[in-house]
Design a protein around this ligand. Structure first.
Ligand code: FE2
Length: 429
């Protein structure tokens, strides 16, 4: 007797009318037209069954703090950092935990079951670190939370910055972070990349750095990160987050840099909602978009994911944990409009993000975790178009969340009984 059998599902790779059989929290068979006794059978009715959404770049210690103690008037990254500095002395562990748990509730409801969160290590008290480790522990039964030791104010620029970061790693933080573009000079930024990569190599940890998050076309920290990755043999364990300066770089230099990133096995995370609102703020017109070169990186074979980065915090006043909104914005900002390209945008918030995070057991295949989301859409492009309702969310075979299908009942002359918001393919689609 199976625990769960899902029938008539469409899968993100294009297979239709598939059945997925679950036993003991794992997928035991994926095949068309399975019939087997099960404790529960769910007819997907042709709708999309996707592995869960993953957010490979987030700041859970700052989330849901919008307006505390004031809002970001200029909308810039630098005012956001200054505002976070004003808020930090007022933080309590209890409030941080409570806000993060609330966000994780939102995430699960949206089928977002894995999050890599940077956590600020700048303050010697390590209050945000202790709070996020508590959250990681509390949500472990339903959400994978990875933590990155993030020296928000610069590991070299902050007195004791390296010591604080190392103490955070000692407490159990999973990944080494950095912010080279916020160090005092380009030289100190490069030195911080080298130092932090050496620290990760010594400890056998992955690296995920905020890197070149500016409009400066001459910012070169991703180059250093790629080189250090090769020098220290860290291929496959290093991610460059943001990389917004690549948007403004000279094309000749970018044509040399992108193959170096690919050769180094460094992945990239763009944060479309945040990049489009924070970058280009010094421009008049035309205003740069400020997102990294997503299609070019993907074409070179680099694993590219999209992150949410911020939700209702000093840097961004909106957001709801909806990774389809992130994919939607990424698609628009990067002008990725082909069918294959739009599917890659879906991958950027699912399988690519899982690869960045190094998740085991991810994906709809035999032997993997029975973790998936049933969407009110027939394929990944429709899911992005509709920011589709998450009808059901399972983790390891356990149903965690359900949402009623979206459908507006209309009362229009001559159109009685029609509905809106239902998935529908365009003619010939
Ligand atoms: Fe970030």
């Amino acid at each position: 007797m199976l625990d769960l059998l899902i029938t008539h599902a469409s899968l993100p790779d294009g297979r239709c009318d598939m059945s997925v059989a679950v036993q003991g929290g794992r997928i035991v068979e994926v095949a068309p037209g399975l019939h087997a006794p099960a404790h529960e059978t769910v007819d997907a009715q042709g709708q999309l069954l996707s592995p869960p959404f993953c957010d490979s770049h987030f700041h859970m210690d700052a989330t849901l703090s919008y307006g505390l103690p004031r809002v970001n008037h200029s909308g810039t990254l630098l005012e956001g950092i200054a505002l976070w500095g004003e808020l930090k002395p007022m933080l309590t562990e209890e409030a941080l935990v409570e806000r993060a748990l609330t966000y994780c509730d939102w995430a699960v409801a949206k089928g977002l079951l894995a999050i890599r969160s940077h956590v600020d290590t700048s303050d010697p008290s390590l209050l945000p670190v202790r709070a996020m480790l508590e959250v990681k522990n509390r949500v472990a039964p339903y959400l994978d939370l990875q933590l990155v030791a993030f020296p928000q104010d610069g590991v070299l620029r902050t007195p004791g910055g390296l010591d604080n970061l190392q103490r955070a790693l000692d407490l159990g933080v999973d990944v080494v972070g950095g912010i080279p573009h916020f160090e005092r000079t380009m030289g100190e930024g490069a030195a911080s990349v080298k130092l932090l990569c050496e620290l990760a190599a010594e400890r056998g940890l992955p690296v995920d750095m905020h890197c070149d998050e500016s409009d400066d076309p001459l910012s070169r920290h991703i180059e250093t990160l790629a080189l250090e990755t090769q020098r220290l043999g860290l291929q496959g364990r290093v991610n460059g987050s943001h990389l917004t300066s690549m948007h403004s770089m000279d094309n000749y230099y970018a044509s040399k840099l992108i193959p170096l990133i690919a050769e180094s096995g460094v992945s990239a995370v763009a944060n479309p909602l945040i990049n489009i609102t924070l970058q280009g703020r010094h421009d008049t017109y035309p205003k740069r978009r400020g997102m990294t070169r997503v299609p070019e990186l993907m074409a070179a074979g680099v694993t590219v994911a999209f992150g949410h980065d911020c939700v209702m915090d000093p840097w961004y006043s909106l957001g709801s944990g909806d990774m389809l909104e992130v994919a939607h914005m990424g698609l628009h900002v990067a002008q990725i409009t082909s069918q294959a390209g739009m599917r890659q945008c879906f991958d950027a918030v699912t399988v690519n993000a899982a690869r960045v995070m190094g998740l085991d057991g991810y994906g709809i295949d035999v032997g993997r975790d029975a973790s998936f989301v049933l969407l009110q859409a027939r394929d990944p492009v429709e899911a992005i178009r509709l920011r589709a309702t998450r009808l059901k969310v399972w983790r390891k075979g356990v149903l965690l969340a359900q949402t009623a299908p979206s459908a507006a009942q209309l009362s229009l002359p001559g159109r009685m009984g029609s509905t809106a918001f239902m998935p529908a393919k365009a003619a010939g689609g």
